[in-house]
Design a binder for this molecule. Structure first.
Ligand code: AMP
Ligand code: MG
Length: 508
């Protein structure tokens, strides 16, 4: 294990990166130097993510700010820091894509968290720069990330975390005037991402399909040690690891579905072994509910549309299981492990929807009631976030009018909706909970604020003009997605009529 110590220590006594991944062997990575940015500026900081590592990036001291900007753009590295980019392969849009790898990610190394109890129990975090220039895995790419996509990744990582959805974190965003060519000329930025591990399904596919099975075993042992140590005691540790990934992925998919999140590019190289959300590209939170919706304009067939995400996750898990076959022994065990996805996902989804509708303990007929709610939402293209949130204000009393704010979301098929409301109220009355109590419980699981596309676009437009205050304010609102925050009501609203629908490409 290599350890380095910094040339300057901005404000963390033990500041220094370990690079244990390199001990896996030279076939796992390439040593790289990030290219840095000219005149880097520390434009956005997540104080929550900084605290995770015991860093103080919110400093107002110009010298400290400058040294953070230089470090987290890869412009000036601490002495002894030995960054790497890792190699992986993957299936993209259902096809084997061969070798990919960190084409614009530089792993600076790991930092120890000062207080693991605060950090979902993870004592060590990998620190990765995204967008700091070409690596041996860049292929035709320039190794850069533009400001627009970097702000989206930064804001969404932190927003997801505060929603309670497992995700890689974003420590900070460093910007510069370096021009980058995409559909138009843009400028470069670097996001620093944090995760206990950035290992993807594609890492396993890489070593399996290139016939490097001894390396595959080392990768399994490494992954178990880092993210699921209990598997080491199982009769078949590789199988236990696979079972764990299946369970974590099933939970994650239920969480994505329930918050209306569409990842956009669920290729196997974008799937985390931790079961965390990874690689924010053409993602979106749905406004109007359409199960066939995807914001990714590159995905013409809608392979990664909202309604297909669970099935795609299962497909990706099958690809992972197949890659792990050389270590699993019995193919039937692999099939059985992946077959557990469907019941685990359905159970998680049902239980979350039950809570989102405030139904308490399940009763016969609940599944039909939930399905009819989703059907009514789809028939009206009702706003996903507002529908659930406003349903909390509905009185269980049949004589009370349906609040106008709720009814107004269901104007295409109002009668279908009113019939559903009658059934729902009857079910609520059987349960016998006070309406106020139910609303409180529903508000805890139905966010009022999500990173809607039009909000992100506004923050991006301001930032491209050099003003990051809108991005900062948006981030502050998204830190408390379930709170009412009446002073920020505008952030809870559906997009204005003339707002452009999310149309994003993989170009970022
Ligand atoms: P993605 O679709 O963003 O998950 O990327 C797929 C592959 O392309 C990964 O190997 C990325 O590292 C690589 N990649 C994406 N954008 C770039 C870029 N601008 N420069 C170099 N590699 C890139
Ligand atoms: Mg990716």
């Amino acid at each position: 294990m290599k350890t380095c110590s910094p040339a300057t220590t901005p404000n963390r006594a033990d500041f220094g990166f370990d690079q244990p991944y390199s001990s896996l062997g030279s076939e796992f990575f390439s040593a790289v130097r990030p290219f840095g940015l000219p005149a880097p500026r520390l434009s956005l900081v997540s104080e929550d993510a900084s605290r995770l590592l015991g860093l103080h990036l919110e400093s107002t001291d110009p010298e400290a700010l400058q040294s953070w900007a230089e470090l987290f753009s890869g412009t000036t590295l601490p002495a002894g820091c030995e960054p790497i980019s890792t190699v992986y392969s993957g299936h993209q849009f259902g096809n084997w894509a061969g070798q990919l790898g960190d084409g614009r990610a530089h792993l600076l190394g790991e930092l120890a968290a000062p207080d693991a109890t605060q950090n979902c129990g993870y004592a060590r975090w990998e620190v990765q720069l995204k967008g700091a220039g070409r690596t041996p895995y860049s292929r035709q790419g320039d190794g850069r990330a533009v400001l627009r996509s970097s702000i989206r990744e930064f804001l969404c990582s932190e927003a997801m975390w505060h929603l309670g959805i497992p995700t890689t974190r974003a420590l900070c965003l460093v910007t510069s005037s370096l021009p980058v060519a995409r559909e138009r000329m843009e400028t470069a930025a670097v996001v620093t991402r944090l995760a206990p591990s950035f290992i993807r399904f594609g890492h396993f596919e890489h070593f399996s399909y290139s016939g490097q099975h001894a390396a595959l075993r080392r990768l399994v042992d490494w992954t178990i040690a880092r993210i699921d140590p209990a598997c080491a005691d199982a009769a078949n540790p590789a199988l236990a690891l696979l079972q764990g990934v299946v369970a974590r992925t099933a939970r994650l998919m239920a969480q994505w579905q329930c918050v209306g999140f569409i990842h956009g590019v669920m290729n196997t190289d974008n799937m985390s072994m931790l079961g965390w959300t990874l690689d924010y590209g053409p993602f979106a939170f749905m406004d109007g509910f359409d199960p066939a919706h995807t914001p990714n304009t590159t995905d013409r067939a809608g392979r990664y549309a909202w309604g297909r995400q669970p099935a795609i996750a299962r497909w990706n898990l099958l690809a992972l299981a197949q890659a792990m076959l050389p270590l699993l022994g019995n193919p039937q065990d692999a099939m059985d492990a992946v077959a557990a996805f469907e019941p685990q996902f359905s159970q998680a989804m049902r239980s979350q929807l039950q809570n989102k509708l405030g139904l308490g303990a399940p009763q016969g007929g609940d599944d039909d009631l939930v399905d009819a709610w989703l059907a009514a939402m789809a028939a009206n293209q009702a706003d996903w976030t507002l529908s659930f949130r406003r349903l909390g204000s509905l009185s269980s009393n049949s004589d009370s009018p349906i609040p106008e704010t709720l009814q107004s979301l269901f104007t295409t098929r109002p009668q279908q909706f009113q019939a559903w409301v009658a059934d729902y109220r009857q079910r609520l009355r059987q349960q016998g909970h006070a309406d106020a109590e139910r609303k409180l419980a529903m508000d805890l699981v139905n966010p009022r604020f999500v990173l809607r596309h039009h909000l992100a676009q506004h923050a991006i437009a301001q930032a491209e003009a050099g003003d990051f205050s809108a991005a900062r304010e948006l981030m502050a609102v998204l830190r408390h997605p379930y709170a009412q925050q009446p002073e920020h009501a505008a952030y809870a609203a559906a997009p204005p009529q003339d707002a452009e629908a999310p149309a994003l490409s993989c170009s970022s």
